[in-house]
Design a protein around this ligand. Structure first.
Ligand SMILES: [Zn+2]
Length: 301
């Protein structure tokens, strides 16, 4: 898994700061998470092959998380896209986008599907042979979901030296990778554990933005490989975090600590701060393994 940050600031786009958007690459499947204004420019800037995006997940309907969506949908049409595009977002998103397209008497020349969300419980919204995606119900001023992407268990890895030594026909390799014991042509049975290595443990990535401090989501985030958690404010503005239903860096660190995640990435910074160093300073005493989201930065998960 690889995560590229396209935008990690709150509120308005500015010359050097962009609103929320990120691309998650899971074994060459690209998932776009949020789509703030200017996302398509950021996709070009960081050379993301955006024709490969098939699924877009929108957390909530505040502009800094989806005002780039209709532009991207429209650009896909101009680029002659034919592949399906699936949008997952709060109920209402379909009407908003369709009104904009219809008002301009335009339509897409590719199939566009909306998957509107209204459940307030964690919910499986996407699954293929490699990954599942569940919603993480968050606490914000409007209906909001985070998303957790979980890789599925991979096949076992062939210990090719042992397989060859055992004289097993190549036609059995698939079964061995699936975990079966097999026989060679002389009828001798070989135990699977002698012919394979354990696969890499499956990775997971959770995206939590925007939200007030929300310990309710800890059980869902437990032992997650990487967590992106919003940290709009520093401690000196914790009163603003409370009234606007956002989190401070320290609160994000608390969630990461309670959930025992591998890495915490902070983001969704208020543009009032000129330096981001204090976010690390306030979070690090609570949770050690922290990185700052920065535009263009790619994290290996
Ligand atoms: Zn918001």
């Amino acid at each position: 898994m690889e995560l590229t940050i396209l935008g990690c600031y709150s509120a308005t786009p500015r010359i050097h700061t962009n609103p929320t958007a990120q691309v998650l690459n899971i074994r060459n499947h690209l998932f776009l998470i949020d789509c703030g204004e200017g996302t398509q420019i950021q996709l070009r800037r960081y050379k993301v092959k955006f024709s490969r995006i098939r699924h877009i997940f929108i957390s909530h309907l505040h502009g800094d998380h989806y005002f780039g969506l209709v532009g991207l949908i429209s650009t896909f049409t101009l680029l002659g896209r034919e592949a399906e595009l699936h949008i997952y977002g709060p109920k209402g998103i379909k009407d908003i986008i369709l009104l904009q397209l219809k008002s301009g008497k335009t339509w897409t020349n590719y199939p566009l599907y909306f998957h509107e969300l209204e459940t307030k419980e964690p919910h499986l919204i996407f699954e293929d042979d490699k990954v599942t995606v569940e919603t993480i119900p968050l606490k914000h001023r409007v209906y909001t979901n985070g998303f957790i992407f979980k890789e599925k268990e991979s096949e076992r890895k062939l210990n090719i030296a042992e397989v060859k030594k055992a004289n097993i026909d190549v036609s059995y390799y698939r079964k061995i990778k699936q975990g079966f014991d097999v026989e060679n042509e002389k009828g001798k049975t070989f135990s699977n554990k002698d012919l394979t290595f354990d696969p890499e443990p499956p990775k997971s990535y959770a995206f939590c933005s925007d939200t007030a401090y929300n310990p309710d989501c800890v059980s869902q985030l437990k032992n997650c490989t990487t967590l992106y958690h919003e940290s709009t404010f520093l401690n000196e503005h914790s009163h603003l975090a409370e009234t606007t239903k956002h989190s401070t860096a320290a609160q994000a660190a608390n969630i990461a600590k309670e959930a025992n995640v591998g890495l915490l990435i902070l983001g969704h910074y208020s543009t009032r701060y000129t330096s981001l160093d204090l976010f690390i300073e306030e979070a690090k005493p609570i949770f050690k393994n922290i990185e700052l989201a920065e535009e263009g930065k790619t994290f290996s998960i």
